[in-house]
Structure formats: C-alpha cells, structure tokens
Design a protein around this ligand. Structure first.
Ligand code: KIV
Length: 293
C-alpha cells in the first residue's frame, strides 16, 4: 500500500494531516485498543489510530462509553503506542475527565499525552467546550473535536441518532465546528451527520474533518476496528461496511480447536517436544524404574 502516509516509515505528524487536507488526499483512521492490533493497523498503512472511549463498550464490556475511566484509557493508550512505529495516535478523553473545570481538562489532557505518549487528545462537544480546547492547546496538547452524535452525552441527544437534521440544528453544528477550529482544534470528527452537511462543514473548515456515518465528502473516515472486521455479527448500523467476518472466523477456529482437543488430535507429534531415547533411559535409571518404553 503506498497511498496516504504509508509510503515512508517516519511517524505521521500533525503537519502531514494538514497537508493531506490541502491536497484533497483522504485521511484514514481506525480505532485500536491493544498493541498487536495497533501493530497490524500500523503495518497496513493507516494514517491515524484513535484509542477511542469506545474501549468502554467494544472491549471492556460496559454498556456504553460513559463508565470507562481515565486510568483504563491510559492503560490501553500506552499499549497501542507501544505497538506502533509510524501511525499518528490520538487518545480519547473519557466522560468526566474534562467536563468539570478547565484546570481539570488541561491536567487530564496533559496526563494522556505525557503517560500515553500520544500525539493528540480528542474530546466531545461544541461551542461550550471551546474555552477548554483553547486552554488544552495552549498547554501544548493538540486537540481533535467531536461533533454530531456524541456518545458520551447521547441520552441528551435523544439516543443514537443522526444529528443536525433540522436547519437550526445544522446551523448550530456549523457554528460549533467553527468555534472549535477557532479555539485551536487541529481536527474534527463528525459522527452520524447528513452527508451534505458534513461535506459543507469539511469544505468550510481549514482543519481536516473525519467522518463516521457522515458520507464520503469529509476529509477522511474513521471506523471502530471491531466493526470494520465484523467481530460482532449482530452489529450492523447503516453507516458500517464490514471488510471481514472475523466473528465467524474466530467461531470456526475455536470450534475446531475444541473438537481436536476432545478427540486428542491436538497437539500431534508436530506440536510436541521430544526427548531422546538415551535421556529417557537415564531418567528411568534415576527413578529406579525399568521401563520398556
Ligand atoms: O470512541 C470512538 O471510537 C470514537 C469514534 C467512533 C469516532 O469516538
């Protein structure tokens, strides 16, 4: 693969993403939560990894993104960072880690960057978050915004549904996007937004806009890696395209393993360690056992 930033081995930088926007070159982003997956994603040539707070429900088994803690996020962010060499890594700020004071937001964003060694953090919310974004950026931590469906506060948005459908709501989203850019955000994620609105916002902003469920007019796309790989066969929102059926692959492979263990077909000779006859005989002598074997 040679497109995007995958052509060379140096770490993707913020400036590379800005250059891609200017050049009209789509930016690829996927989520990852552990080192081996991050390594594969990095080697596959993706431009950016988001260690999303989707960690909460996708990996840790919580009901939604709200319960995951900052410590849990940092634990997984560090693993992802260790698994990568080239890709630009963004760490999500979990619910409750930036919703209080600006000082709290700056301290926690700094922790993610310092302990997780990420290139940037992401947080959800529009205009009301602008002051926090500005303060975090001024503290030296690049910030990616997130508008449209914001899962941490989805209950206040009437559930997991497309946002910005009315002219008033769409206008608010445009204003929020402008406010985040003005506050210093270097990138914006738009989730579950009508295609033409996302395209309009992408064209209006100078910073790259990454879509999920926002059509192909954005400057890039993001998907949750488990969704892209088809780990959960029961999850099929309209915006998702599955590029593999990993759920079925895992089911089949583990089933075959169980069948072979139960039939004593695994491990066979090929997967066993062998002891030379003379050692075996010496052991018999040591044990005082006279075996024919
Ligand atoms: O947490 C996450 O995975 C996200 C993406 C869906 C954008 O925020």
């Amino acid at each position: 693969m040679t497109s995007g930033t995958s052509g060379n081995n140096k770490r993707v930088e913020l400036g590379d993403l800005a250059t891609m926007k200017k050049a009209g070159q789509p930016i690829t982003m996927v989520t990852a939560y552990d080192a081996p997956t991050a390594r594969l994603v990095d080697q596959a040539g993706v431009d950016t990894i988001l260690v999303g707070d989707s960690l909460s429900n996708v990996v840790l088994g919580y009901e939604d993104t709200v319960p995951v803690t900052l410590d849990e996020m940092i634990h997984h962010i560090k693993a992802v960072r260790r698994g990568t060499k080239r890709v630009f890594v963004i760490g999500d700020m979990p619910f409750g880690s930036y919703n209080g004071s600006t000082d709290q937001a700056v301290a926690n964003a700094t922790r993610i960057l310092k302990e997780g060694r990420v290139a940037a953090v992401k947080l959800e919310g529009g205009g009301p978050m602008a002051d926090k974004v500005r303060a975090i950026v001024e503290a030296g931590v690049p910030v990616c915004g997130h508008l449209g469906l914001t899962p941490q506060t989805a209950s206040m948005q009437g559930g997991y549904r497309v946002q910005g459908r009315s002219a008033k709501a769409a206008r608010q989203m445009v204003e929020d996007a402008m406010a985040l850019q003005e506050a210093g955000a270097f990138m914006l994620v738009l989730e579950m937004v009508p295609k033409r609105l996302a395209e309009f916002i992408s064209a209006k902003l100078q910073i790259p806009v990454i879509g999920i469920g926002a059509g192909n007019g954005c400057d890039g796309q993001v998907l949750v890696i488990h969704d892209l790989l088809g780990v959960d066969p029961n999850f099929h929102p309209k915006f998702l395209k599955r590029y593999a059926d990993l759920g079925q692959v895992i089911h089949k492979a583990v089933g075959e393993y169980c069948t072979e263990v139960r039939a004593r077909k695994f491990p066979n000779e090929e997967h066993s360690f062998h002891m030379p006859d003379e050692i075996w005989k010496a052991l018999q002598g040591e044990l005082g056992e006279d075996s024919e074997d």
